[in-house]
Design a protein around this ligand. Structure first.
Ligand code: FES
Length: 134
């Protein structure tokens, strides 16, 4: 079993429907598990604290409307396609990226600065997102 002690707690905790069959997927290249019928947003927030990094550099995002209206939950496939996490059902073997793939979506200066701040926090041993308490 992997050591998750250094990983921030997930934002979502599954309390019901735990009997659904598991599905394997990859999130930012790491193996992850969702349950059949989960949306990508549920898979991402049961795996970590954020859905994605905003391409406009205003930090981590966790979705807002959760019903396909606000566009706060875009994630990417490795091929550069965008998926709306709250309205996309996880499929077995799916691979998603929570940051725009550079070959398809060049990082804006704001995103570059946001990612540099995140890397500095992680290097300092602070894995918590700003404004997020443990
Ligand atoms: S959270 Fe609003 S569109 Fe997905």
């Amino acid at each position: 079993m992997p050591d998750l002690s250094s990983r921030p707690r997930a934002r979502f905790l599954r309390l019901a429907e735990t009997h659904r069959p598991p599905l394997a997927l990859r999130i930012d290249g790491e193996s992850a598990t969702a349950l059949t019928g989960d949306t990508l947003l549920v898979a991402l927030l049961t795996h970590g604290r954020r859905v994605r990094d905003s391409e406009f550099g205003d930090g981590p995002r966790a979705g807002f409307c959760l019903m396909g209206a606000c566009q706060d939950c875009w994630v990417w496939t490795p091929d550069g396609d965008r998926l709306r996490a709250c309205s996309t059902v996880v499929e077995a073997g799916m691979s998603v990226l929570t940051r725009p793939p550079p070959a398809h979506w060049p990082a804006t200066p704001d995103l570059t600065q946001s990612l540099a701040r995140k890397a500095a926090r992680e290097e300092a041993g602070n894995t918590m997102e700003p404004g997020v308490s443990a």
